[in-house]
Write a protein that binds this ligand. Structure first.
Ligand code: GTP
Length: 405
């Protein structure tokens, strides 16, 4: 049997899947959590929530485990964050390791502006937590009725949707008129354009089986499921001008894909695709890079370091599998959230017949063409003497330091 991860390097304990639940104020996170904690499928879950009061746990409560941690009759463990996230996660792990509680998965509800990135960073850069957890996914909740207006008004909401592995559209029960249905269809298309690889689930389909299990590691087969994790096929191939053609996985009757033609404002969604130069969505690009060539490790490190140092905050999500020239049969899996990268994981072998380097990127305010050029410049086939690569490496203004995370 093949193990996807180097077990020794990760310690003897299998890392626990961790999900981050995010969504704009009032989008319906608490309502979704409320349903999830009651679901027998979450019996094995520790939920880090903002407040017990919001969820109304009284009749589910079995026993308080300690301050801020309660065990529910459904088997779900509910915890409020005490102090910082690191302390709370460390305490939970200690409780688990000492047999005081049992759980096999963690879900963290975001607070405040609900930016999932700082939570992911906290875990990715923590030397112990990064060994004990593996990121399962970011779940972003969007309101069916107010979602479009929220996306129009708040770039943070667009960022949350762009970073998600799963999108959940709440309040679909309120879609009681054809106008609202049409607006909902436009919202789904808009979310799909922002984040083509994330399935967009109406809340009544947001069951645990579809919310969880989006990470690299597939517990069922105990191997890395790179194809599902990258979902590179969901990204449209770029045309000669670098514009992606998004193929929509959703078929909505009567829906006008480009927003041209109807010109009506429906309900809360008075949004026109492609007409407003300030539209936050237009700052987001989702695309893939791929190559057959094996890349020397040092060149690939430099490529990532350049992306990180120059474009860090705008690199919302980067996932990939990489064929390194030194070990072309043992691909490297990489994952970055803004300027922070998870320690790369080396697989013992390619998971399937596709042995190309494939990177999927979701970026904000970076021209896709610039990243394509940069990538091309670092590929071995262009030769080490190619002027632009040399120029990049020699540029004293570019801070190189190797990939330290
Ligand atoms: N009709 C309907 N109302 C919903 C649904 N989900 C949430 N709501 C309502 O929307 C409001 C906000 O929902 P919450 O679950 O509190 O949203 P939240 O994202 O947790 O909000 P904050 O914690 O304030 O950020 C509440 O009044 C809910 O009852 C839904 O699926 N259908």
């Amino acid at each position: 049997m093949t193990e996807p991860f180097d077990v020794r390097a990760r310690g003897p304990v299998a890392p626990l899947p961790l999900s981050v639940l995010t969504g704009f104020l009032g989008a319906g996170k608490t309502t979704l959590l409320n349903r999830l904690v009651r679901d027998p499928a979450l019996a094995d879950t520790a939920m880090l929530i903002n407040e017990f009061g919001e969820i109304g746990l009284d009749h589910l409560l079995v026993r308080p485990v300690r301050d801020g941690v309660v065990m529910l009759s459904t088997g779900c463990l509910c915890c409020t964050v005490r102090g910082d996230l690191v302390t709370s996660l460390e305490s939970l792990l200690r409780d688990r390791d000492n047999g005081r509680v049992a759980f096999g998965r963690v879900v963290i509800e975001t607070t405040g502006l609900a930016d999932p990135a700082p939570i992911l960073h906290t875990i990715m850069v923590h030397p112990y937590l990064v060994m004990r957890f593996r990121l399962d996914g970011v779940i972003t909740v969007v309101d069916a009725v107010n979602g479009a207006a929220t996306l129009d008004a708040h770039p943070e909401a667009v960022k949350q949707a762009a970073m998600a592995d799963r999108l959940v559209v709440t309040k679909t029960d309120l879609l009681d008129t054809p106008e609202r249905h049409a607006a909902y269809a436009r919202l789904v298309d808009r979310l799909t354009a922002l984040n083509p690889a994330a399935p967009c689930l109406p809340v009544d389909e947001a069951v645990p089986a579809r919310l969880f299990g989006c990470g690299l590691y597939d517990p069922a087969t105990k191997t890395a499921d790179v194809r599902r994790w990258l979902a590179a096929e969901a990204y449209a191939p770029a045309d000669a001008h670098g514009h992606a053609h998004h193929h929509h996985g959703h078929d909505h009757e009567g829906h006008d894909h480009d927003g041209h033609g109807h010109g009506h404002d429906h309900g809360h969604d008075g949004h026109h695709h492609g007409h407003d130069p300030n539209r936050h969505d237009d700052h987001i690009r989702a695309f893939t890079l791929s190559t057959d060539e094996a890349v020397p490790a040092s060149a690939f490190d430099m490529f990532l370091e350049l992306l990180r140092s120059v474009h860090g905050p705008e690199l919302l999500r980067l996932k990939g599998i990489v064929k390194l020239a030194e070990q072309p049969d043992a691909p490297m899996v990489i994952h970055g959230v803004q300027h922070v990268f998870h320690p790369p994981v080396q697989l013992p072998a390619w998971p399937d017949d596709d042995h190309r380097t494939r990177l999927v990127l979701i970026v904000r305010d970076i021209a896709e063409a610039r990243i394509r050029e940069l990538f091309a410049a670092f590929l071995s086939a262009v030769g080490p003497d190619r002027p632009d690569r040399t120029a990049l490496i020699d540029n004293p203004l570019v801070p190189f330091g190797g990939i330290d995370r």
